[in-house]
Design a protein around this ligand. Structure first.
Ligand SMILES: NC(=O)c1ccc[n+]([C@@H]2O[C@H](COP(=O)([O-])OP(=O)(O)OC[C@H]3O[C@@H](n4cnc5c(N)ncnc54)[C@H](O)[C@@H]3O)[C@@H](O)[C@H]2O)c1
Length: 462
């Protein structure tokens, strides 16, 4: 049986004098903070026209995200499966927002049927499943969560550094086959070794901190100059990084210039006995060249989590039909192969849920498009609670001359507290806060702005 824990009450103050001085300052601080709270308290905005916002949430998106939406008073329809195009076309017309993962495709046809749709949330990393351009043309921003799994990837890399340098992956495999093979030859500590990070973004920077905690010396190469964390050092070229590192790990996006960025020449520039880790994108490494470098023992090992072609579903499928070199790669010792699990953790899934649900709520309630993938990124500081009669106007329009003049003409009877506009391609987005607007004017003003020739979508929040 467990013993109950008794929490001791805080000791009484040493003297009545000290106590009363503390009480005095405490009370002063409370008053100050109450006054500041009042000044800074943001006003909770609500869409004026569509009070009862309806959300369609598909593909088993986290319950926490669903609860967040419900707590804000949205009507939420939650389904665990993906919808087909036809199902979407039939149902989407009554929803203001949709949350999907990678299986639901939001095509041009779906968007044409989405007459009320304001925003799309992709509760995942990629957004290929959405016709981003058509969504933008319809005035619909799309949000995703590209960096919520950075820590998960960085931790996987740390584990791979240890697994490769101690060959324990091999030893474990042997033990599973009943083989006892205790050895220390060519097994190393990480302490004092050099880690070369290619791409010092979200993942590379996290990894840099973790590696230094192991006593590693960290070098990185990036196309932009970045302030190093800890004692890491940026080097001037990929070649310098390759020639000095005991471990090279790749964290660049797939771009025309990063495809096959590690090929025969780069592999030959790596130190003999070094290790290569690729958790970035499959086409960043020329795998046949990597196989040669491993077979010739120029490299001592590699870890590969991403491949040029990856099976669409779990099960058998990682074979030579998919990638011609699969079976050859599978036979090489001290090579760790994982099925694109770098970012696959419970924590990352939870963060995706939090991040995307917050982005959707911020857009629906406050009009902010910060971090939208297909839209100009615009935000305004909050309307405070004491600005009772202020109204926020969110105006998505075609990016053409004369729009701001027309809108500002309509706004001229009111005081414009703040406004900000930006454009991306054909689409522009203007956010304006105006004060002292009588609710009876809302309809007339909205009609005037949405009646301008470049208008795509105009929303009022108050
Ligand atoms: N294995 C997985 O499950 C998994 C999970 C998440 C991300 N990723 C992949 O990891 C990669 C990095 O992700 P991130 O979130 O750190 O991205 P990021 O955008 O934060 O950082 C990428 C960095 O690479 C740099 N870069 C771009 N081109 C370069 C070049 N030619 N040479 C050197 N540096 C270059 C950029 O300047 C940037 O600093 C991406 O390809 C991403 O798709 C994989």
């Amino acid at each position: 049986m467990t013993t109950p824990i008794h929490i001791k009450p805080a000791a009484a103050s040493a003297s009545p004098n000290t106590s009363s001085i503390h009480d005095h300052f405490r009370s002063l601080r409370r008053k100050e903070s109450a006054a500041l709270d009042h000044i800074r308290q943001p006003k909770i905005l609500h869409p004026i026209e569509n009070e009862d916002l309806r959300l369609l949430i598909l593909e088993n998106i986290s319950q926490e995200a669903v609860q967040t939406f419900k707590a804000q008073g949205y009507h939420v329809d939650h389904h665990t499966k993906a919808f087909s195009e036809e199902e979407l076309i039939e149902k989407i017309g009554s929803y203001h927002a949709i949350g999907i993962r990678s299986k639901t495709k939001i095509t041009k046809r779906v968007l044409a049927a989405a007459s009320k749709l304001l925003v799309i949330g992709c509760f995942c990393i990629g957004t290929n499943q959405v016709d981003l351009d058509a969504a933008a043309q319809a005035g619909i921003p799309v949000f995703n969560s590209p960096f919520s799994n950075s820590r998960s990837v960085a931790e996987l890399v740390v584990s791979e550094l240890v697994a490769l340098s101690r060959q324990y992956f091999e030893r474990s495999f042997e033990m599973r086959n009943g083989i006892w093979n205790k050895q220390s030859k060519n097994c190393w500590e990480l302490r004092g070794k050099t880690l070369g990070i290619v791409g010092y973004g979200h993942i590379g920077a996290q990894l840099s901190v973790l590696a230094e905690a192991f006593g590693m010396r960290v070098l990185f190469y990036d196309v932009i100059n970045i302030m190093p964390l800890g004692s890491a050092r940026q080097v001037e070229s990929l070649q310098v990084l390759l020639s000095q590192s005991d471990f090279v790990t790749l964290h660049v996006p797939e771009l025309p210039e990063t495809i096959n960025m590690i090929s025969k020449r780069e592999l030959s520039q790596m130190k003999k006995g070094a290790y290569l880790i690729n958790n970035a994108r499959g086409r960043v490494v020329d795998i046949p060249a990597l196989i040669d470098a491993l077979k010739s023992k120029h490299l001592a090992g590699a870890a590969v989590d991403v491949f040029p072609f990856e099976p669409a579903a779990n099960g058998a499928g990682f074979d030579d039909q998919l990638n011609a070199w699969s079976s050859e790669l599978r036979t090489i010792p001290n090579v760790i192969l994982t099925p694109h699990i770098g970012g696959s953790t419970e924590e990352a899934q939870r963060m995706i849920g939090d991040e995307v649900s917050q982005a959707l709520s911020r857009y629906l309630n406050y009009g902010s498009t910060i971090a939208a993938v297909n839209f100009p990124e615009v935000d305004l500081r909050a309307i405070t609670a004491e600005q009772g009669t202020a109204v926020r106007i969110c105006h998505v329009h075609k990016n053409q001359p004369g729009v701001l003049r027309q809108v500002n003409d309509a706004l001229s009877p009111y005081n414009v507290e703040k406004q900000y506009s930006d454009s991306k391609g054909d689409i522009a987005y203007l956010m304006v806060d105006i004060s002292d607007v009588c609710p009876a004017d809302y309809g007339k003003l909205r009609e005037r702005i949405s009646g301008t020739d470049a208008n795509i979508l105009t929303r009022f929040l108050a």
